[in-house]
Design a protein around this ligand. Structure first.
Ligand SMILES: Cc1ncc(COP(=O)(O)O)c(C=O)c1O
Length: 441
C-alpha cells in the first residue's frame, strides 16, 4: 500500500462537509486511490464509481494527460496573480473554454468552485443592468429544488430548504419559480411531454414585482442535486421567451450539465435553448484541481467592460482566478473531452444506461425513474417515520458490494464517468437492484 493510503489515526480534526460527521467517524468509508472507472479503498476493495466522484470526473480517474499538465505547470510557475497582471496559461485556458461554449458565450471569468461561479454569475447580472442604466433591476429569481452551491447568493437563489434554514435571512429581493418535478409523470424516459407551462410562473412573478425590478432568472438546465429533475419539453424555450420579453437575463447553472454529461458539451445544446450567462466547474478540470468559471455572452461583457469608464470595470475576483495549475488542468481536460469525444460517448451510451435504470421499475418501493444522458435518478418510497433511511442503507449496501452511488433524500442518483462501458452499467444496476430488494421492508 502506498503512503497516501496510510490510515489516519485521528479523525477528529477534519470537520467533514455535508456529512454526518458522528456516524462517519464511527464507521469510516475511506477511498485511497482511483483509476479509470474505479475507486479503491484502503483494503484495496474495488468500487465502480457510479457518480464520477461528485458529478465531476467525467473523463474517468487518474488521466495521465491531466496529471502531467499539472506537474509540468507546477514546475514552471506555481502561482501568479491575475489582478492587473497576467500569465499566459490563464488566457490560454479561457480561450480553450470559449472554444466549446455555445456561440457568443466566449467571455470567461474564472472562479475556484461551482458556488463561486454561481455568486459571480449573479453579481455579473446585477452589474450588467446597472451598467446599462437599469439599476432598479436587483431582484434574482431562482427555482424550488435548485442547487447553486453554498455561497450566500447561490444559497438564496437555490431552492433547498435544508440548505437555507441554518443561515438566517439570506439575500433580500429573491423569489422562486416552482420546480418542474411531478410523480404524475413518473418513469418518463428523457424529457417529459407535459410541464412546459410551469415556466409561465415567471409571468406571475413579473406581475407581482414588476419586470423593471428583475435582473435574472437562474436555473439548472437539468437539476441534478435534488434528484435528477429533467426539464419538460418546451419549458426552457418558454423561460427564454419570457426573459427576452421582459429584459431579464437567463443564467444556466451548468456545473453538472457541462462537459458532456447529457450528451453535448453543455446542456444548452442538448436542450436547444441558450442562456446569457452560464456557470461551470467540476468537469472543467475533470476535478483534478478545483476550478469554476462563468461564461458570458459578449453583450454582457461589452455592457460592463466596454461601457465602463477607464479603470477596473468589475470589482470582483478571487486570488486564485485563473490559477496556473487549474488552468493547466482545464486545458488538458478539455483536450481530452474532445479527443475522447466524451459528449458523444455519453450520447451513445444513453440508451443502454436508460434501459438499466428503468429496469429498476417494479422493484420494491421504486416510485420513479428518470434519466437523460448519463444521469439517472431512482426515487424510492420513504420509510414511514424515517425519511432517507432506506436510501442511506441502499447506499451502504452498494458501497459494500463495490458500487458507489449517491443519495439525496430518498432518491438514488447516478452520474458515472462518461468513459463507462456496458459491463460497468450492468454491474451498477445489478448491485443497486439487489440493494433495493434487500431494503424492501
Ligand atoms: C448545479 C450546481 N451548482 C453549483 C454547485 C456547487 O459547486 P461547488 O461544490 O464546486 O461549490 C453544484 C455542486 O454540486 C451544482 O451541482
Amino acid at each position: 500500500m502506498n503512503e497516501i493510503a496510510a490510515r489516519p489515526n485521528n479523525l477528529d480534526a477534519f470537520w467533514m462537509p455535508y456529512s454526518a460527521n458522528r456516524a462517519f467517524k464511527a464507521t469510516p468509508r475511506m477511498l485511497a486511490r482511483a483509476e479509470g472507472m474505479y475507486y479503491y479503498t484502503q483494503d484495496n476493495h474495488e468500487i465502480i464509481d457510479g457518480t464520477a466522484g461528485l458529478w465531476c470526473c467525467n473523463a474517468g480517474h487518474g488521466r495521465r494527460e491531466i496529471t502531467e499538465a499539472i506537474q509540468k505547470q507546477a514546475a514552471v510557475m506555481d502561482f501568479a496573480p491575475t489582478f492587473q497582471l497576467g500569465h499566459p496559461i490563464a488566457f490560454q485556458a479561457a480561450a480553450k473554454v470559449a472554444e466549446i461554449t455555445p456561440e457568443g458565450m466566449d467571455r470567461i471569468f474564472f472562479t475556484n468552485s461551482g458556488s463561486e461561479a454561481a455568486d459571480t454569475a449573479l453579481k455579473i447580472a446585477l452589474a450588467y443592468h446597472r451598467a446599462r442604466g437599469e439599476s432598479s433591476r436587483v431582484r434574482l429569481i431562482g427555482r424550488e429544488r435548485g442547487y447553486h452551491g453554498v455561497g450566500f447568493g447561490g444559497m438564496s437563489v437555490g431552492g433547498i430548504g435544508t440548505n437555507r434554514k441554518q443561515f438566517g435571512a439570506l439575500l433580500p429581493y429573491v423569489d422562486h419559480l416552482p420546480h418542474t418535478h411531478s410523480l404524475d409523470r413518473a418513469f418518463t424516459r428523457g424529457q417529459p411531454d407535459q410541464g412546459a407551462n410551469l415556466a409561465d410562473a415567471l409571468e406571475n412573478l413579473v406581475a407581482l414585482h414588476g419586470a423593471e425590478t428583475i435582473a435574472a432568472v437562474m436555473v439548472e438546465p437539468l437539476a441534478g442535486s435534488t434528484g435528477v429533475l429533467v426539464p419538460p419539453k418546451g419549458y426552457l424555450n418558454r423561460l427564454r421567451a419570457l426573459c427576452d420579453k421582459y429584459g431579464i437575463l437567463l443564467i444556466y447553472d451548468e456545473v453538472i450539465t457541462g462537459f458532456g454529461r447529457i450528451g453535448t458539451p453543455f446542456g444548452a445544446e442538448r436542450l436547444g435553448v441558450a442562456p446569457d450567462i452560464m456557470t461551470m466547474a467540476k468537469g472543467l478540470t475533470n476535478a483534478a484541481v478545483p476550478m469554476g468559471a462563468v461564461a458570458c455572452h459578449e453583450k454582457v461583457y461589452d455592457a460592463i467592460v466596454t461601457g465602463s469608464p477607464a479603470g477596473i470595470e468589475l470589482f470582483h475576483g478571487y486570488t486564485y482566478s485563473g490559477h496556473p495549475l487549474a488552468s493547466a488542468a482545464a486545458i488538458a481536460a478539455i483536450d481530452l473531452h474532445r479527443s475522447d469525444d466524451l459528449a458523444g460517448r455519453a450520447m451513445a451510451m444513453e440508451g443502454y444506461f436508460e434501459d438499466g435504470a428503468h429496469a429498476m421499475r417494479g422493484l420494491p418501493n421504486v416510485i420513479d425513474v428518470r434519466n437523460m444522458g448519463l444521469v439517472a435518478g431512482i426515487e424510492l418510497q420513504p420509510r414511514v417515520g424515517a425519511p432517507t433511511d432506506r436510501a442511506v442503507r441502499i447506499f451502504q449496501r452498494c458501497f459494500d458490494n463495490g458500487v458507489l452511488v449517491r443519495t439525496t433524500g430518498d432518491i438514488v442518483a447516478l452520474s458515472p464517468p462518461l468513459i463507462i462501458e456496458t459491463k460497468h452499467i450492468d454491474r451498477i444496476f445489478e448491485v443497486l437492484g439487489d440493494a433495493i430488494r434487500a431494503e424492501a421492508a
